[in-house]
Design a protein around this ligand. Structure first.
Ligand code: ATP
Length: 333
């Protein structure tokens, strides 16, 4: 009987548990045993193993976070750590490892693949959606839903008080959550890292001033990606308050975007990718990510997922830019 191991690594993402469930059920269906290691790569090196049986999977798909726990473990970049992990995996008689995580985790998977004879398969699990070779990643759409709901709530109070808000969303160094949340939340402004050159403070302030003089009873929301403005949105709000003469409020959404029950789309994606990961192992694949492109499951060499940039969808960028302008025109018109 072939033994498969699973880890969740890096930032947790809603849907990881549904993916674990699909891996476990599919593996057992094919006569394979599954073992998990808690806390990502650290858990392999420290042998924090946990058998995973179909009976344990009955109520996990609905839950956010990860039942296998995760961690940041930069030590795994060392060759000695990869070799230590290979020894632990061999000692358990494991033939294949599934790594559910983001680009850092996939660098780790690629690294391990060079120091271990077993098969290594990646499944994209990150709210940031910043992996090339897959249209979407586990947790992304749930995070966008959460950000949108938070923006809607801020919108109601902002509208009641005619306030300006700068709302910070997650994404690490990518603007996918920012772009999607800005569109879904009907934001008047959006700052995401991919759109160079970034607007200057004076330009953002000018847009706010023009909107407010034309329609003083209205709210105004700018969605800003994390790690974009030096000092974060609190600093941006201070600078805008000075530049506009209007109090601008900062609202960093933070980790609420990572938690929560996965939405239906993420659960379905997770199960589709989890099942496909086991099928890929049966077919002998290694060093590949299982992703999805235009509704079809695809296998992509894992190094290409983090060596290439994943661009924002320009049609969506133009949609937001157009609507921002129309929104403003309708206010001044
Ligand atoms: P997210 O972006 O959603 O937080 P991630 O997988 O990118 O997820 P990281 O913290 O960047 O999160 O990476 C997860 C883990 O992968 C690291 O803690 C480390 O154990 C391992 N890792 C990252 N980069 C490398 C690398 N270059 N070589 C080996 N292992 C790595």
């Amino acid at each position: 009987m072939k033994k498969i191991a699973v880890i969740t690594s890096g930032g947790d993402a809603p849907g990881m548990n549904a993916c674990i469930r699909a891996i476990v059920l599919t593996a057992y269906q094919h006569g394979m045993e599954v073992i998990g290691f808690r806390h990502g790569f650290r858990g392999i090196v420290e042998d924090l193993n946990q058998p995973l049986h179909p009976n344990d999977m009955r109520l996990v798909s609905q839950r956010g976070g990860t039942i296998l726990l995760s961690s940041r473990y930069p030590e795994f970049k060392q060759v000695s750590a990869a070799k230590a992990a290979a020894q632990v995996l061999d000692a358990h008689g494991i033939g294949a490892l599934v790594v559910i995580g983001g680009d850092g985790s996939f660098r780790g998977a690629h690294h391990l693949n060079q120091h271990w004879y077993g098969q290594v398969i990646g499944v994209p699990g990150t709210i940031d959606n910043d992996l090339a070779g897959t249209d979407t990643t586990i947790g992304f759409t749930t995070a966008v839903d959460t950000a949108m709901e938070a923006i809607d709530r801020i919108r109601e109070t902002a509208e009641a008080m005619a306030r300006v808000f700068v709302i910070e969303v997650m994404g690490r160094h990518a603007g996918f959550i920012g772009l999607h949340a800005a569109i879904a939340g009907s934001a008047e402004g959006m700052l995401v890292p991919e759109l160079e050159p970034q607007p200057k403070l004076a330009e953002i302030a000018d847009n706010i001033k023009r909107a407010r003089s034309a329609f003083p009873d209205s709210s105004y929301i700018v969605v800003v990606s994390e790690n974009l403005w030096p000092g974060g949105v609190s600093q941006l709000a201070k600078e805008l308050t000075q530049a506009t003469g209007t109090t601008c409020h900062a609202a960093p959404l933070g980790h609420i975007q990572r938690g929560g029950r996965p939405n239906a789309q993420d659960r379905i994606l997770s199960m589709q990718l989890g099942q496909a990961a086991v099928h890929a192992i049966i077919d002998g694949a290694s060093g590949h990510m299982i992703g999805v492109e235009q509704g079809h499951v695809v296998e992509v060499p894992i190094h290409l997922t983090f060596e290439r940039d994943k661009p924002l969808d320009l049609r969506l960028v133009n949609l937001q830019r157009g609507l921002q302008q129309l929104n403003f025109a309708s206010k001044v018109g």
